[in-house]
Design a protein around this ligand. Structure first.
Ligand SMILES: NC(=O)C1=CN([C@@H]2O[C@H](COP(=O)(O)OP(=O)(O)OC[C@H]3O[C@@H](n4cnc5c(N)ncnc54)[C@H](O)[C@@H]3O)[C@@H](O)[C@H]2O)C=CC1
Ligand SMILES: O=C(O)CCC(=O)N[C@@H](CCC(=O)O)C(=O)O
Length: 468
């Protein structure tokens, strides 16, 4: 394993910076020692520090967006929206903390209270597709609840990870309260293997989520919140709004070059709408502008994260073609040595035996079905369960779709992606372990302590042994 990680711009291949990997053991040691101090800090001080953090990010929003765009390749307009999500997360988390985990008096004859305590040391493992927003979505609620945080950004986006952590530090949150750990899978494994880590807050692939579950199998007391991938369906049913349906499909399948866990991967279309829908969708797909993050005019889609990811996507595409999928629009490299890919569509109607694996890029599989029940069955024909959308259909059909869908996000006439931070966010099956994040992240950042309380031990009086 090299002892440095090199951050590279996907859109140019240029190096951004090199980072020394650090030692998980030492980081855990320091965080463990610092946990009592942060837990004892008043809630109002923690809130004030996080509001300072949001203010600093706001002051330097353009710099942070530029770095996100450089390191992920996503267009600058999109990186700017990521920065706004980082800022918004603070107030949303403060509200969520109060509403989900705040202190309450318990009613009853004996005075009682419900309060919450932090777990202690939380490991946050981040993905590359939203290198600031998604780890921040774990870090802010964890800090707010009084935990210390060890944050290992994705090895593909260490520069954004480092910048994010610098903002917390500049806001007055100490180096041992939020600690940056640079490294790859090995550092991640070492980090969570340390029994002083009380919680693992993970966003990434289902494969890694399963490895984390196994690593924690003998530590039931270590909380794990696993936000993983999806193989998300989008059904198009009775509608004559084909241009709108096509726009929702494009947004769902190709935003962030398909590198969103909530991206639509499978388009399920009522057979007799197929030709008209395609007549609207294909020209739109053909007009998608792909380019570098700072191109003018701005592209809709950037490259995928690196050449290895592009190659893996091309292999997955070829496997589908080999198993009988028909190419509607091919997945191909649009640059010989950079990871730019064209938006692709494969018709898999006659390929029932294909893999259910998440294909994390701009590749949409389309299938035609005859009945609404078939459409729902096809939508649920996945081990994942993150998001699902119905475009068109009646209220009664949406109700049936909602009732039967096995997913944590079920939408009507809206894209599969673009979820709000002000709502719970998570999936079932291979998509999550029933610890939804965003608005519900507060729930897994602390544990409840129930107390019944009296100012004196009065048991003898209470049972009438002595006069009151
Ligand atoms: N449901 C959700 O909220 C989201 C899910 N994702 C999913 O993430 C994937 C893409 O992100 P990637 O960065 O490729 O995910 P990944 O699973 O490869 O890596 C995520 C993080 O886990 C670390 N890691 C890898 N192996 C580990 C191990 N054995 N133990 C501990 N840590 C380990 C990595 O170094 C990285 O920091 C896609 O599958 C996507 O769907 C991405 C964003 C959000
Ligand atoms: O975590 C939040 O605050 C809200 C959820 C969110 O931002 N979801 C994004 C996708 C994130 C991803 O790819 O993992 C969305 O739904 O587009």
């Amino acid at each position: 394993m090299p002892d440095q990680i090199v951050s590279v711009e996907p859109a140019t291949g240029h190096e951004i910076a090199r980072f020394d990997m650090n030692d998980a053991e030492a980081a855990v040691q320091n965080a463990h020692a610092a946990r009592a101090e942060w837990a004892a800090t008043s809630l109002s001080d923690r809130v004030a520090a996080l509001r300072r953090f949001a203010e600093l990010v706001g002051d330097e929003a353009e710099d942070l967006a530029t770095l996100i765009a450089r390191e992920t390749g996503k267009p600058l307009w999109e990186a700017r929206t990521e920065v706004q999500a980082v800022i918004a997360k603070v107030e949303i988390s403060i509200t969520a903390f109060a509403e989900r985990t705040g202190n309450k008096d318990l009613p009853g004859p004996v005075s009682g209270a419900l309060r919450h305590k932090p777990h202690g040391v939380m490991a946050v493992l981040g993905p590359y597709n939203f290198p600031a927003h998604l780890p921040n979505g774990h870090i802010v609620p964890a800090l707010l609840a009084g935990n210390v945080v060890l944050f290992k950004p994705s090895e593909k986006t260490p520069a954004v990870g480092e910048r994010l952590v610098a903002f917390y530090h500049r806001a007055g949150i100490g180096d041992d309260i939020v600690k940056l750990l640079i490294g790859g899978a090995e550092q991640g494994r070492n980090l969570i293997a340390d029994r002083r880590v009380d919680g693992v807050l993970f966003t990434g692939s289902s494969t890694t989520g399963i490895a984390i579950s196994k690593a924690l199998a003998e530590r039931p007391g270590t909380i794990a919140a696993l936000e993983m991938g999806g193989n998300n369906p989008l059904i198009v049913w009775d509608t004559d709004r084909f241009a709108d349906a096509a726009a929702i499909i494009v947004q769902s399948a190709y935003t962030t070059a398909g590198q969103r866990c909530t991206a639509a991967r499978r388009l399920i279309v009522k057979a007799d709408l197929y030709d008209t829908l395609m007549a609207h969708l294909l020209p739109m797909v053909d007009r998608i502008v792909t380019g570098g993050p700072f191109d003018d005019p701005q592209p809709f889609m950037g490259p995928v994260i690196d050449n290895a990811a592009a190659d893996a996507l091309l292999v997955a595409h070829q496997r589908l073609v080999d198993s009988g999928a028909k190419t509607v629009r091919p997945l191909r490299r649009t640059s010989p040595d950079l990871p730019f890919l064209s938006p692709a569509i494969l018709d898999v109607t006659d390929t029932p035996q294909r893999s259910d694996a998440e294909i994390f890029g701009p590749l949409l599989q389309v299938m035609r079905v005859s009945t609404f029940d078939e459409a729902i069955a096809a939508a649920n024909d996945t081990a994942y369960g993150l998001s699902a959308s119905l475009v068109g259909g009646s209220q009664a059909q949406y109700d049936r779709f909602w009732q039967r869908s096995r997913a944590g996000i079920v939408n009507w006439n809206r894209p599969t992606n673009g979820a709000s931070s002000a709502a719970p966010f998570g999936g079932i099956g291979l998509s999550g372990n029933h610890r939804p994040g965003a608005y519900y992240a507060a729930d897994y950042c602390s544990y409840p302590v129930t107390s019944t309380e009296a100012d004196l031990p009065r048991a003898a009086i209470d049972v009438g042994l002595v006069p009151g």
